[in-house]
Ligand binder design. Structure first.
Ligand SMILES: [Zn+2]
Length: 390
């Protein structure tokens, strides 16, 4: 028994790799059946939606770094730590819905409390949330960055046990706080939290269990250690020193050689101020990120959405403009947000691409994102698993 057949047409299609003209995407049972560029008439029984000659179809966007349990208020830490389970889960549910409406159909959640994003993933229908790749509570040192989320582990035995627990719970990625962070009083973004040997142990254990590994790293020493420990992605990649963010050529060469994903946390609402603590040293950080983009490293965008009001849920499309400001072409920014990010979050071939067999998560835009990347904020329609959700 097959469901209905949808035929989505537009004057332009970005398929995750290339921009093409006049495409029809056929969708059945939540999956893309075919993508046609010949102009052939869709099967007679298909329900046709034609978005018109100026519209664009593209894969749903992928945010590589979110925090669905955080409410995006000025007091987000207090909410996530002191709210009861039901309250935090309700927050996560709203966050997921807002994210989906913004055209983000897959997220990688890199820090929750009590594995609540897994409860969201397993308990809420696909049409009401993006696809979720979850890390659970980030692994951190006693009183280290985000220790209040409950993921404290120190020493080889505890670190291995922490990775195993996440695998058993159903996480697909392990997140480690390799340096301090801004949200945690007493933790220092400019200092590493773990020894390189500990980081390597976590990566090895994660890979052995089939999970990927992501490291939060602001301090230069922590970034270097995380890259050399073999993390699949390094978050923030701020390369901070007391003199600000610095560009180390040998480090960028190593990142390119290893194929490490650099997950830059971007996106602020227009008119929104930078989070406190980021503004200082921001010029050197922008210089660094520009060099990272130019280096040929595999750059993807995350948002850290949820941590502050200017980084509310659904802010991701603004990250694409920032990627172009860092020197990416609009087409490369679109690739980073789709096929590139799909690979970074472990969904290559299924997400971020319009081709037969891929999940039917897609967007229709009013105007060309290749001419002006800001068009990604002009969303006409969002489809998730073949159903229109906006
Ligand atoms: Zn984060």
């Amino acid at each position: 028994m097959h469901g209905e057949l949808l035929a989505l047409r537009a004057g332009h299609v970005f398929d995750g790799v290339r921009a093409r003209r006049s495409g029809t995407v056929l969708v059945e049972d939540g999956v893309i059946l075919d993508v046609d560029f010949t102009g052939a008439r869709p099967p007679a029984h298909a329900e046709v939606t034609d978005f018109g000659p100026d519209a664009w179809l593209l894969p749903g966007l992928i945010d590589a770094h979110v925090h669905l349990c955080w409410d995006g208020s000025a007091d987000a830490v207090a909410h996530v730590t002191s709210g009861d389970r039901a309250a935090v889960l309700a927050t996560a549910r709203d966050a997921a819905a807002a994210t989906l409406r913004a055209g983000v159909t897959t997220v990688r959640d890199l820090g929750d409390r009590d594995y609540l994003t897994l409860a969201l993933r397993d308990g809420v229908p696909a049409g009401e949330r993006p696809e979720i790749v979850a890390a659970g509570p980030p692994i951190t040192t006693p009183s280290g960055h985000c220790h209040f989320l409950g993921g404290v582990a120190q020493g080889a035995g505890a670190l291995r046990a922490a990775v195993r627990e996440r695998a058993e719970r159903g996480c697909e990625v392990v997140k480690v706080m390799a340096s301090g962070g801004r949200m945690t009083p007493g933790s220092d973004p400019a200092r590493a939290q773990y020894r390189r040997a500990d980081l390597r142990l976590v990566v090895d254990e994660a890979h052995r269990l089939g999970l990927s590994a992501a490291a939060h790293a602001h301090a230069l020493g922590a970034v270097v250690d995380a890259v050399n420990a073999g993390f699949d992605s390094v978050e923030h990649f701020s390369c901070r020193t007391p003199q600000g963010s610095v560009v180390r050529r040998d480090l960028l060469d190593e990142v390119v050689r290893r194929g490490t994903f650099v997950s830059l946390t971007l996106a602020v609402r227009p008119g929104g101020a930078l989070p406190p603590g980021v503004a200082a040293g921001h010029a050197s950080l922008l210089d660094l990120m520009t060099e990272v983009v130019a280096s040929g490293a595999r750059v993807v965008a995350g948002t850290d959405s949820g941590i502050a009001p200017q980084k509310d849920h659904g802010v991701y499309p603004y990250a694409l403009r920032q990627l172009t400001e860092l020197g990416m072409s609009p087409l490369d920014a679109l690739r980073a947000a789709t096929t590139g990010a799909a690979e970074a979050v472990g969904r290559a071939g299924r997400k971020g691409v319009l081709r037969p067999g891929a999940d039917a998560d897609l967007l229709a835009l009013d105007a060309s994102p290749v001419d002006d990347i800001a068009a990604v904020t002009g969303i006409r329609a969002v489809y998730r698993a073949g159903r229109r959700v906006r």
